[in-house]
Design a protein around this ligand. Structure first.
Ligand SMILES: Cc1cc2nc3c(=O)[nH]c(=O)nc-3n(C[C@H](O)[C@H](O)[C@H](O)COP(=O)(O)OP(=O)(O)OC[C@H]3O[C@@H](n4cnc5c(N)ncnc54)[C@H](O)[C@@H]3O)c2cc1C
Length: 469
């Protein structure tokens, strides 16, 4: 009899952590994967952030190169700035900085792995904990009795029963659609991301890139493009929200590949293109509608990728763990209603995911308006940054004169930069420092400080007899 305590649709990182947690909580659990094995489509999403290692230590300490041979640390990120003539006008190298407090994050930014290795690796923890994994099984609908969700049905008509179904089925999410939580994303909630997978010999990557194994290509004429290095390969991709594209997305990705600088890099790395992939990725200012009677959505299905950088694996794992714990409590109380499952929302809001989404709208808005607005913001942002960073290196004038020239030239950016700062930067800063601003704006404090400030201002000398001079 196909009866379970909990059904999970999807065996990505989110589904596997859900299944593992549920099995550990004593639930009879099944999780379904339409691929022949988890990670079969090798969807990108390959940079693992340090938060995963901090919050899932028992699991992540097991991730070693013998389990995932593609592993490579992304220790430093090179930010290339490309001008409107498709010339790399300059770059900034970024490493973890002095203020980083989590020890491992002081030496690397991401741990890069292929999903074709990572997803089966993480699914194994769930099966070892006792969850049943059914691969090559496409779930096509939810089963309902008296309007209530009571299981799922696969494409062959096989039925599986459980009082709670967790949608861990990624961006398209059949569970979201069939439960009525969401029919489809709005075009400004989902991005399309084409990417090339290149082979390159590992010794070439070591010698040429060193530990600069992440790259961001800030384009004036294409949306920002990311580059992630693995042991003997790398990905180059770029994306944008569905309502942005005016041309085939490949046109923009090929602009990066065809940069002279990029072609030189391919040549010295002896890189060969292997595969072209295209994926959808939800990218929201806030995850709305994440649960209803008998259903919870986690990870991409629920819209949880980070509102700034779309890091999605960690949120999928965190929300999966919480969903399994909430499901276990619901099963022991026998209450599967939306009201009982709202604990899911209450709990993820108290995690670092919730903290991220507190400024989700501001982060998402500024990001859309900056690296994802080529020809608009980026057309003045790139030369402005290069003027600041590189302007002084000029041997045609005395340096003091050059500084005056740069400062005077910077004024020409003000008509564009000022509205941008007012519209996007101020709201973000105000939200991030909300509490401090409240303190600063405290009327009592202002009244206390104001006289001191006024005393510091130049005073008009009094005339004899009390009249001003
Ligand atoms: C190009 C790109 C780059 C990215 N880079 C990063 C990155 O560097 N770091 C990062 O953290 N995140 C990144 N992300 C995001 C990350 O890939 C996702 O957020 C993450 O995979 C979400 O995990 P998930 O378990 O929720 O869903 P998924 O990983 O999408 O897993 C869903 C699983 O469900 C299966 N499935 C779907 N429907 C059904 C069905 N009806 N029946 C049975 N099985 C089904 C799928 O086959 C899949 O295996 C990137 C995404 C893209 C597209």
């Amino acid at each position: 009899m196909n009866t379970y305590d909990l059904i999970i649709v999807g065996a990505g990182p989110g589904g596997s952590v859900t299944a593992k947690t549920a099995a550990e909580n004593g639930l009879k659990t099944v999780f379904f994967e339409r691929g022949r094995k988890p990670g079969e489509k090798n969807s990108s999403g390959c940079g693992l952030g340090p938060r995963m290692f901090r919050d899932f230590p028992d699991l992540m300490k097991e991730l070693t190169p013998d389990k995932c041979p593609s592993m490579r640390e992304g220790r430093a990120s090179r930010n290339y700035f490309i001008n409107k003539d498709d010339v790399v006008a300059g770059y900034i190298m970024a490493r973890p900085t002095e203020s980083v407090s989590y020890e491992p994050a002081k030496s690397w930014i991401t741990m890069n792995v292929y999903r074709s290795e990572f997803d089966p690796w993480i699914a194994k923890f769930a099966t070892e904990a006792g969850a049943e994994l059914k691969t090559s099984t496409l779930i096509v609908d939810l089963l309902k009795e008296n309007g209530k969700v009571c299981g799922v049905i696969d494409e062959k008509g096989q039925k599986y029963h459980a009082p709670i179904v967790i949608g861990a089925d990624g961006v398209i999410s059949m569970v979201a659609q069939k439960s009525g939580l969401r029919l489809k994303w709005n075009q400004n909630q989902v991005t399309l991301v084409p990417q090339y997978d290149f082979y390159a010999p590992s010794d070439k990557i070591d010698d040429i890139m060193g530990d600069e194994t992440l790259g961001i290509w800030w384009g004036s004429t294409f949306p920002s493009s990311y580059q992630v290095f693995f042991r003997e390969s790398f990905h180059q991709g770029l994306g944008n929200w569905m309502n942005w594209w005016d041309k085939n997305p490949l046109y923009y990705l090929n602009r990066v590949i065809n940069l002279k600088y990029y072609q030189r890099l391919l040549k010295i790395l002896e890189a060969k293109p292997r595969e072209l992939q295209a994926h959808l990725l939800p990218w929201l200012d806030y995850p709305y509608n994440t649960h209803t009677d008998g259903v919870i959505l986690i990870g991409d299905a629920g819209g949880f990728p980070c509102p700034l950088e779309a890091e999605g694996i960690y949120p999928a794992m965190v929300t999966g763990k919480i969903a399994a714990e909430v499901a276990a409590e619901a099963i022991s109380s026998g209450d599967f209603t939306k009201d009982s499952l709202k604990k899911f929302d209450e709990r993820w809001k108290n995690t670092s995911i919730g903290e991220e989404f507190e400024v989700g709208s501001e982060l998402w808005t500024i990001w859309k308006a900056l690296p994802f607005s080529p020809n608009e913001t980026m057309s003045w942002f790139v030369p402005m940054i290069m003027e600041i960073l590189g302007g002084i290196f000029d041997w045609s004038q005395p340096h003091a004169k050059r500084v005056r020239q740069i400062v005077s030239h910077m004024r020409s950016y003000m008509p564009k930069a000022t509205p941008f700062v007012m519209k996007y930067v101020f709201p973000l800063v105000a939200k991030i420092f909300e509490d401090d601003l409240d303190k600063l704006m405290d009327p009592k404090k202002i009244m206390k400080v104001l006289p001191k400030i006024l005393n510091m201002l130049p005073q008009k000398k009094k005339k004899r007899g009390g009249q001003e001079k």
